[in-house]
Design a protein around this ligand. Structure first.
Ligand code: AMP
Ligand code: MG
Length: 412
């Protein structure tokens, strides 16, 4: 049985990023991953311009203040100045407007007194003050954004400024989802004896979408060997990664591992020392076709709803990050938080307790969800924004102590 950290490292080495590239309009690229480095043919700023409303002056003219200068032009933003500022002269200038030739400093309006065609400068500016010089933020041709970067709103602003109306991004990975279990029915169906609703299908599809991949929901498969085999084969034919829930423990009808082996998979992980979620199967299908080597990773998550979700947050979410082409070592985000209540664990496995992570003025706080933390209970799992981690070998963390908390992203 691997530790969580060992499993995480192994999974990282198994997942191969999707390399297919597509071009999407700028307005649609939020959350996508850049496939090529972005450069601009423009300097930023593209013109020497004023950072303030005020007066463009020659610094040499205003070394002794007060000094009165003649206002020879008014330069609003978006126009080309038609004057050259000579000795004893100034131009009224507005924020973002091009600097006129001859001037090398801007005096902010608050440090001037205007009277008809004259302005009196009341404070000595430093040379270059309040001037945003051409190329001072960025020189044309250098790399603006590296490939493998997630596109967030600030990146969109930069891409827009760099005139990138179409953006080369990696294709979103497709992640298939199968629910195994003869007891499962679709939401909306009446429950026969012993039946339960297939909630995992919907939970996993939502988690996959939140992780930036495309969920391919393939429905319920009964615990019959042939049906499981057919479903896994079908999933492999239409997705980059496959997730199933259920059927990976030691029960008589738990066929997933056997079927994976039969289909030619290599089984890398069968259980991990975590609670909930110990039975976790990670397998890979490796193939070489026309000199293209490919690999699909398969996650067999436990069927218990809390186990399936915790397994996703801990192991599948970082795997999807890597699959998506994000650069760097993907890892789940952990923060240190103050435990608001005592946190207990069995001690034999790394234990995850769900609850709410809150940012306060003095750092994070973690409030454990009240009620049962049984792996079958999804009732108090709702509203989870963090999983507190009680390390292997420890049985309790007292209220007020620091605890490491896995941030269930997008929820916080
Ligand atoms: P298994 O891992 O197949 O042994 O299932 C463990 C527990 O999780 C059983 O109580 C199942 O009924 C339940 N379970 C399995 N699959 C699902 C699912 N898709 N949605 C909700 N509960 C499930
Ligand atoms: Mg089952």
């Amino acid at each position: 049985m691997l530790t969580a950290a060992e499993a995480e490292r192994l999974i990282f080495t198994l997942v191969e990023p999707v390399r297919a590239v597509e071009s999407v309009p700028l307005a649609d690229c939020l959350g996508r991953v850049l496939a090529v480095p972005v450069r601009s043919e423009l300097d930023f700023p593209h013109w020497d311009n004023s950072a303030m409303d005020g007066y463009a002056v020659r610094a040499v003219d205003v070394q002794q203040v007060p000094v009165t200068l003649q206002v020879v032009a008014e330069i609003p933003a978006g126009t080309r100045p038609e004057v050259v500022i000579g000795p004893g002269q100034a131009a009224r200038i507005l924020t973002g407007a091009m600097m006129p030739e001859g001037a090398d400093a801007v005096v902010m309006q608050e440090e001037t007194a205007r009277e008809a065609a004259e302005v009196t400068i009341l404070a000595v500016p430093e040379s270059g003050s309040f001037v945003r010089s051409r190329g001072s933020f960025y020189r044309a041709g250098a790399e603006l954004l590296e490939a493998g970067r997630a596109i967030a709103p600030a990146e969109i602003a930069l891409l827009a400024a760099a005139q990138q109306t179409q953006v080369a991004v990696y294709r979103r990975p497709r992640v298939a989802i199968i629910s195994t279990g003869s007891e499962l029915v679709e939401p909306g169906q009446p429950l026969g004896p012993g039946q339960i609703v297939d909630s995992n299908q919907y939970a996993l599809a939502a988690l996959v979408a939140q992780a930036g991949a495309v969920p391919v929901a393939l429905g319920i498969v009964p615990d019959e060997r042939a049906a499981v085999k057919g479903a896994i084969a079908a999933a492999l034919s239409q997705a980059d990664m496959v997730l199933s829930s259920g059927g990976v423990s030691v029960g008589d009808y738990d066929y997933v591992d056997a079927v994976l082996a039969e289909l030619g998979a290599t089984l890398h992980i069968r259980s991990v020392a975590v609670k909930p979620g110990k039975p976790l199967t990670v397998a890979s299908f490796d193939y070489a076709q026309l000199s293209v080597v490919g690999r699909q990773v398969y996650f067999g998550l436990p069927g218990n709803p809390a186990s399936a979700m915790v397994g996703f947050w801990r192991f599948v979410a970082p795997a999807i990050q890597r699959l998506s082409g994000l650069a760097g070592a993907p890892s789940v985000a952990f923060v240190w938080a103050k435990a608001l209540t005592e946190l207990k664990a069995g001690g034999k496995r790394e234990t995850y307790l769900w609850g709410q992570l809150r940012a306060t003025e003095s750092g994070y706080e973690f409030a454990r969800a009240v009620g049962s933390h049984s792996s079958g209970n999804l009732v108090n799992l709702a509203n989870t924004s963090g999983l507190a981690v009680v390390p292997m070998g420890e049985t309790h963390i007292a209220a007020g102590e620091s605890v490491r908390v896995l941030v269930c992203k997008a929820n916080i």
